[in-house]
Ligand binder design. Structure first.
Ligand code: GLU
Length: 283
């Protein structure tokens, strides 16, 4: 018997939902409902500076208005920091993390001094300054209370993980190249976790079998596959869908004031009309 399909919609409450979110949510919801599977809703609110409770309420309200229902309780990542800390502890135990005391300015200076910086999906790769600190220096700076992030030692992680790494994307097996991220941050100075860590942990914990999300997150899958391999988590399948574009041909985004679902509702559009708009294009 085929395993039950489990999909999810995992918005960050940093603004109101727009049509691009509706597209993503509807895709995951339909795939689950059409196959008798489960559709989960997860609020990715670890960035407590940017996320707001009224945006969480807005997400629930907009999805309900669209006619989407979800299975089980809504998971809110901000309530689970101890779980993410435990995962960091496992990676630390494998010797794969190191504290990074650098500020953005320190990193920019170091990159300027080197004269070039390879770029990865999240921007310029970290030049590895703090990886080279001696254990005594590290201990002294921690003891002095200097704030630090935790970075993955990518070379050590790759040596530890089975290779080659691949993912199943749109039914095809694709080679993954997490090295493109360099020594990525897995716990920030201001937030004791990161998107990559929490999303991979939660997808595994919640038994998600198919991750559907916008194509701009496709490169992140390479890193997620590495974390899954290191932590012994089952890999879901992936479906990265096209982005809905605005009239100007640009990706809809909160920042550029894409029309929100609330705005469309207030203009008098029906849920059916908005579902139709959200379903066309992008795919
Ligand atoms: N929370 C992410 C966002 O709102 C999506 C994460 C994911 O689907 O993996 O962009």
């Amino acid at each position: 018997m085929a395993a039950t399909l489990v999909t999810r919609f995992a918005p960050s409450p940093t603004g109101r939902l727009h049509l691009g979110h509706a597209h993503s949510a509807l895709l995951a919801w339909r795939l689950a409902r059409d196959s008798g599977g489960r559709f989960l809703l997860r609020i990715e609110d670890i960035d407590t500076l940017r996320c707001r409770p009224d945006f969480v309420d807005g997400i629930l309200e907009d999805l309900a208005w669209l006619g989407l229902d979800w299975d089980g309780p809504v998971r809110r990542q901000s309530e689970h920091f101890p779980e993410y800390r435990a995962v960091l502890g496992r990676l630390e135990g494998l010797g794969l993390l190191y504290p990074c005391f650098c500020t953005r300015a320190d990193i920019a200076r170091e990159i300027a001094a080197i004269g070039h910086a390879p770029h990865g999906p999240d921007g310029a790769l970290y030049p590895g300054t703090c990886r080279r600190l001696s254990p005594a220096d590290r201990a002294a700076r921690i003891a002095a209370g200097e704030p630090y992030a935790l970075r993955l030692d990518m070379a050590a992680a790759l040596a530890h993980a089975p290779r080659p790494l691949s993912c199943l994307e749109h039914g095809r097996r694709r080679r993954c190249d997490p090295a493109r991220f360099g020594d990525v941050v897995l716990a920030r100075k201001d937030i004791p976790a990161s998107y990559h860590l929490c999303v991979t942990h939660d997808d595994a914990l919640q038994g998600v079998t198919l991750v559907t999300r916008a194509a701009d997150l496709a490169p992140a899958t390479d890193l997620h596959r590495l974390l899954q391999a290191l932590l012994g988590w089952r890999a879901p399948r992936y479906c990265h869908h096209g982005l809905l574009l605005g009239a100007d041909g640009k990706k809809l985004s909160k920042r550029d004031n894409a029309p929100t679902l609330r705005g469309l509702r207030e203009k008098g559009l029906s849920p059916e009309a908005v579902r139709r708009m959200a379903s066309t294009g992008g795919e």
